[in-house]
Design a protein around this ligand. Structure first.
Ligand code: GLY
Length: 351
């Protein structure tokens, strides 16, 4: 088992190891000794697979367990489900010393985290990521949110979990494409911060050591989050490929997955950066090669104009410019504010 400590305003451990799901109860009572009740929040895909194990572990530790299970999918990450969850917590009279256990992927973690951040002005929560994407990204760092009809993650709060328990065995039940989807975020960490890690991924392909790779991604994310917990500067780099990727995702009406969209966004940025002389052709080719090696898409039918319009609504827009993350070298990327008037041509160069 590996432990990565995240020393944000409320510091916490991220534990990564086989069998951790069954230790949820013992970890929880040690960490939150005043808790009497826990609400497990999960979705209709994950609950039938792992719900009873989580429940058993919590009950064995002497906790009363209630559970809130909603239909799987991004459509559930909305105001209606959020209000229903708050009502459920109130109905079951959870107090501020009780807690939420978020058992699932990014949608579950974001929604449950936002409910924990706001119910009674904040109760503790524990993240139990069950997808690779949630394990390496959304479960760590305290971004919680729901979507609004106007866009993704538009209502949310920074609220760090009390603990993250990541059991890589749970990822074995993932359909291949969901696992591959998370690989786009894993590759992102290599491009951003760690050349040797990128080389390891390129060599191994999907056959990597899950515990070691998740732990390395969490360490790399931790190092950014502790410097910029509230996302005012450095943390922006974690959006490599996301500004354009979100456009690809939105243009597909969210039928294309987040990871595949980010992979396309990253490929567009790499090609455009090379065309603009912001990185060498070898950097572009290394990125494209590794994405392809993981069977991730690197092209889209979207027009530069459509992607440009989506980029304008990106949260990273500030005044007259959008901050793009540009790879200079593998392991060394920069935040590159680009005037809005230049974005469309830049995207066109990368299509
Ligand atoms: N997922 C990007 C971040 O946590 O900042």
């Amino acid at each position: 088992m590996k432990t990565v400590h995240v020393s944000t305003s409320n510091g916490y451990d991220v534990k990564i190891g086989s069998g951790l799901l069954d230790t949820l109860g013992s970890h929880a009572v040690r960490l939150l000794p005043r808790a009497r009740k826990v609400c497990i929040v999960s979705d209709s895909n994950v609950w039938p697979l792992y719900g009873s194990r989580a429940q058993k572990s919590l009950e064995a530790a002497g906790l009363e367990v209630v559970f809130f299970v909603f239909p799987a999918g991004e459509a559930s990450k909305c105001g209606a489900t959020y209000l229903k969850l708050l009502g459920f917590l109130a109905e079951h009279q959870l107090t501020r010393s009780d807690f939420i256990a978020a058992l699932g992927g990014g949608v579950v973690g974001d929604l449950a985290g936002f409910a924990a951040a706001t119910y009674l002005r904040g109760i503790p929560f524990i993240q139990l990521p069950t997808t690779l994407l949630a394990a390496v990204d959304s479960s760590v760092g305290g971004k919680t949110a729901i979507d609004l009809p106007q866009g993704k993650n538009l209502a949310g709060a920074f609220c760090q979990p009390s603990l993250v328990l990541c059991d890589p065995d749970l990822l074995c039940s993932l359909p291949g494409e969901i696992f591959r989807d998370g690989c786009a975020e894993v590759i992102k960490y290599g491009i951003l911060y760690d050349r040797a890690f990128f080389a390891y991924l390129t060599e191994q392909g999907m056959d990597f050591d899950r515990e070691a790779v998740i732990a390395r991604c969490v360490e790399l994310k931790r190092d950014v989050v502790v410097q910029d917990e509230f996302d005012t500067g450095l943390r922006m780099k974690l959006n490599l490929g996301h500004t354009i990727g979100h456009g690809v995702e939105a243009q597909s009406d969210f039928t294309l997955s987040h990871g595949c969209s980010v992979a396309i966004g990253t490929a567009i940025v790499a090609r455009a950066a090379a065309a603009y002389g912001l990185c060498g052709a070898e950097v572009r080719d290394a990125i494209l090669h590794t994405l392809k090696h993981f069977d991730l898409p690197i092209h889209t039918d979207c027009t530069a104009e459509a992607l440009y319009k989506s980029a304008l609504s990106d949260k990273k827009r500030s005044g007259g410019s959008v901050s793009l993350i540009i790879p200079h070298q593998i392991g060394d990327c920069v935040i590159h504010p680009m005037p809005v008037s230049e974005i469309e041509a830049f995207i066109k160069a990368g299509l």
